[in-house]
Design a protein around this ligand. Structure first.
Ligand code: FEO
Length: 173
């Protein structure tokens, strides 16, 4: 049986991950409208990964015998005016998500819930990678995004990102 607080935080995290998917689809909508299909693709892949994170946490809760409940998913509220706005908002969002994951981790540690801590290890690592990716994207945009040729090349590069389902996904996902 999971500690009540740990179960609540994980249940909330399902919602936060689904919001993350919403947010990144929103970024993809913006880039689709601007004709930057590579950037659109990058965030569509990102959104699928976020959806998968929600699936993984939901599955873990079910495995632990927790009755999962769903709340409303908030509408994305980031104003997107410039091409680098989603990139900056994405980094800020990932830093926020890292803080949430660490808060669940701390609650699990406090409850001596080693199983959940082990489950969350993957997410801690994943957050490190996602923050790094978001930082690198901002750097690239700063270096190359200022002129049309550079932006075109960067768009091409981001078009090549492909979705790879995580090995931790449940078989029925
Ligand atoms: Fe699932 Fe990027 O946090």
């Amino acid at each position: 049986m999971l500690d009540k607080k740990v179960a609540e935080l994980l249940n909330e995290q399902v919602n936060k991950e689904l919001y993350s998917a919403y947010l990144y689809w929103d970024f993809a909508n913006y880039y689709a409208d601007e004709g930057l299909d590579g950037f659109r693709n990058w965030y569509e892949v990102q959104a699928k990964e976020e959806r998968d994170h929600a699936i993984m946490i939901r599955e873990y809760l079910i495995e632990c015998g927790v009755r999962v409940t769903f709340g409303k998913i908030a509408a994305p509220d980031v104003k997107l005016k410039d091409f680098d706005d989603p990139l900056k908002a994405g980094l800020e969002h990932e830093r926020y998500v890292t803080s949430l994951i660490l808060a669940v981790y701390e609650a699990a540690a406090e409850a001596k819930d080693y199983k959940t801590m082990q489950f969350l290890d993957w997410f801690v690592k994943e957050q490190g990678e996602e923050e790094k990716n978001a930082e690198e994207l901002i750097k690239k945009m700063k270096l190359f995004g200022g002129d049309p040729k550079g932006l075109y090349m960067l768009n091409q590069e981001l078009a090549a990102r492909t979705y790879v389902p995580s090995a931790n996904l449940p078989a029925n996902a």
